[in-house]
Design a protein around this ligand. Structure first.
Ligand SMILES: Nc1nc2c(ncn2[C@@H]2O[C@H](COP(=O)(O)OP(=O)(O)OP(=O)(O)O)[C@@H](O)[C@H]2O)c(=O)[nH]1
Ligand SMILES: C=C(OP(=O)(O)O)C(=O)O
Length: 222
């Protein structure tokens, strides 16, 4: 049960169609022939599911909204308890996040945050700590482990999300006035774009769906 006086966040998570998602991870599955495509899609879904499950379990989170046109992604996150909305206007990541944030606010959200969908080592407590820290500012963000990208962008009540994800997004978010959050949250900052990132996330400890998938020796990222 959440204390009424503490700010609760609506978290928006973007998820592309599986056919075009996470192409930098395909070296992990390209040697598996026809089965490789299916394995790649399972991996993308597992990363998403672990991220969404951790967010839903965070005390500071009122709900998770996944922006996607991918029926399998919608089914997986829906079963976990997330809401979904279609990817409109289908003009890339920032447009999808704007759409999700607007939808969340139309349906009652005040504080909204965009969270990367590729954080399989995310711990609910780190997300809560980051959101609590963000509540001190109109807009705030958490940079990724490399310091160049962004894994979390937060907009408090009345502030536009104004997402600037993409190349060098940490610099772009800071330039737009969002405050960088300095906490030690390794799982929150460990986005998985490459096989090396997946190995780093595995060292932190993956969520259950990614762990199950990678327990198959064909997959072992260690
Ligand atoms: N809904 C939605 N999500 C998107 C879109 N573009 C990117 N995303 C999601 O945003 C997250 C970050 O995007 P990227 O890092 O560019 O991921 P990606 O394009 O899947 O990965 P690569 O192909 O390896 O570059 C991923 O989880 C994507 O699924 C979009 O147009 N719509
Ligand atoms: C889109 C971004 O990152 P990535 O491509 O690493 O997911 C970002 O950090 O803004």
């Amino acid at each position: 049960m959440h204390q009424w006086s503490v700010q609760q966040w609506s978290v928006v998570v973007p998820a592309k169609r599986l056919v075009s998602a996470k192409t930098r991870l395909t070296p992990l599955t390209s040697g598996l022939g026809a089965a490789g495509t299916a394995r790649h899609e399972e991996l993308v879904l597992a990363l998403l599911a672990d991220t969404v499950a951790a967010a839903l379990a965070a005390d500071a989170v009122a709900g998770v909204l996944v922006v996607t046109d991918e029926p399998r992604a919608a089914a997986v996150v829906g079963a976990l308890g997330a809401a979904t909305v279609g990817d409109e206007p289908d003009r890339g990541l920032n447009a999808a996040l704007e759409h999700g944030a607007a939808h969340a606010r139309r349906t009652g959200a005040t504080a909204v945050a965009a969270l990367s969908s590729d954080l399989p080592a995310l711990r609910p407590a780190e997300l809560t700590a980051a959101l609590r820290a963000a509540a001190a500012h109109p807009r705030a963000f958490a940079a990724d482990a490399a310091g160049t990208g962004t894994t979390l962008l937060c907009a408090g009540p009345g502030a536009a999300l104004d997402p600037r994800f993409g190349r060098a997004s940490a610099t772009a978010h800071a330039a737009s006035g969002a405050v960088p959050l300095g906490g030690s949250w390794p799982g929150l900052r460990r986005d998985v774009d490459t096989p090396a990132d997946l190995r780093s996330a595995a060292r932190l400890g993956l969520g259950p769906r990614s762990t199950d998938l990678l327990s198959d020796t064909l997959w072992s990222p260690r």
